[in-house]
Write a protein that binds this ligand. Structure first.
Ligand SMILES: Cc1cc2nc3c(=O)[nH]c(=O)nc-3n(C[C@H](O)[C@H](O)[C@H](O)COP(=O)(O)O)c2cc1C
Length: 374
């Protein structure tokens, strides 16, 4: 039986059309850096990692923060999409995914700005100074380092900003050529675009600093460039930090204005995270970012994604049932349990896609379907 002919019982398993991309359910795999690339090229680790996530039954797989320039990588082992070699390595992973799964795949396009040039998290995460073998000089809206021990970034000139915007556009064209289903522009977590948005990191005195309108200008230019260079009908969404959690910083009210501007420009969805700009007291706990998503949802008509310590099936369903968001995203829960969507389907008596090779795993009373049946 084709599951789409069966009405979903839950919000979580109700399909959603995100422009041309059909999501079979509301479970989004959030972007997660793997710090396992070589010169921006995905490696065998990515085959193993994305290969298994592609079999998860989630509605959308978002590939990790993928830098549009070498200097925009958080670490020297980040994935990039700035060279032909990067594109070929990406194609290899996508080919594997497509061989076994019809999950829609998005890529998160990113530039880390002043948070670039770091060591790997499992090697201490410290910023690598520009003169070290694996480090480089970072670039940001203003020459303000994140911490006193970081080397100050160079402030982007207007020519530099054109170069970075064009790098986003070129990466979007590569994403289109690769046949990716969607792009998410990374505007969150204190990386370059968020650094333009927040008055704490953007102290420019030109048209790109000062007022909210000016601080939004470069992120909106980048959005437009990505939108224009990715096939029409395929969604481009934006991930935002709903607040810096710091007095005098970026606020949820600013986020709502930004989301409305993005909506006017054809943004397909807003993914609401928070923080990352600088050290802050964050009230971390289950659903801690959901109220931010709900505020954005009240401000726009496009779908909104909630994320952050969503780990339980009923918790996820309630967020959607309450109307706080249209989709929920999972990061750590998917690493811990890559079959989370199967288990959620079993919990609710819903259906989920699974590869034919795994159909015999079906526990009594749980319906899983081969991708060809969906
Ligand atoms: C290993 C790991 C890597 C991450 N990399 C990214 C990334 O590439 N881009 C991004 O926007 N967020 C990244 N995040 C943040 C997650 O997408 C997510 O917002 C955060 O972990 C909260 O969701 P969770 O409670 O479901 O894990 C990462 C998180 C983890 C655990």
């Amino acid at each position: 039986m084709n599951p789409e002919t069966v009405l979903a019982k839950t919000h979580l398993f109700t399909p959603l059309d995100l422009e041309g991309a059909r999501l079979k359910n509301r479970i989004v795999i959030a972007p997660m850096c793997m710090y396992s690339a070589e010169a921006g090229c995905m490696t065998d680790w990515h085959l193993a990692h994305y290969g298994q996530l592609a079999l998860s039954g989630a509605g959308l797989l978002t590939i990790e923060a993928t830098s549009v320039t070498p200097e925009g990588r958080i670490t020297y082992a980040d994935v990039g999409l700035y060279s032909d070699a990067n594109e070929a390595a990406f194609a290899r992973v996508l080919t594997l995914i497509r061989q076994f799964s019809d999950i829609p795949v998005a890529v998160q396009l990113a530039h880390a700005g002043r948070k670039a040039s770091h060591d790997l998290p499992w090697r201490g995460d410290a910023q690598m100074p520009p003169e070290s073998a694996l480090g480089w000089r970072t670039e940001a809206p203003s020459a303000k380092a994140l911490t006193a021990s970081d080397a100050p970034p160079s402030a982007l000139t207007r020519d530099d900003m054109v170069r970075v915007r064009d790098a986003f556009a070129a990466a979007a064209r590569r994403a289109g050529r690769l046949g990716l289903d969607a792009i998410q522009v990374h505007g969150a977590h204190g990386y370059l675009l968020h650094q333009f948005l927040s008055p704490l990191s953007n102290t420019r005195d030109d048209d790109y600093g000062g007022s909210l309108e000016n601080r939004m200008r470069f992120p909106l230019d980048v959005f437009d460039a990505v939108r224009e260079n990715f096939p029409a009908g395929k969604p481009v969404s934006v991930r935002v930090s709903g607040t810096d959690w710091i007095d005098g910083g970026w606020t949820i009210e600013d986020t709502c204005v930004f989301a409305q501007e993005l909506e006017k420009r054809g943004c397909a969805a807003i993914h609401v995270s928070s923080g990352g700009l600088a050290a802050a007291k964050i009230p971390v706990g289950p659903n801690y970012q959901v109220p931010l998503a709900a505020k954005v949802k009240a401000a726009v008509k496009i779908p909104v994604v909630a994320v952050g310590l969503i780990t339980e099936f009923d918790q996820a369903e309630k967020i959607l049932a309450d109307g706080a968001a249209d989709l929920i995203a999972l990061a750590r829960a998917m690493l811990y349990d890559p079959r989370w969507p199967w288990h959620a389907a079993a919990h609710f008596g819903e259906q989920v896609a699974a590869p034919s090779q795994y159909l015999r795993a079906q526990p009594h009373g749980v319906k899983i379907f081969a991708p060809s049946e969906i």
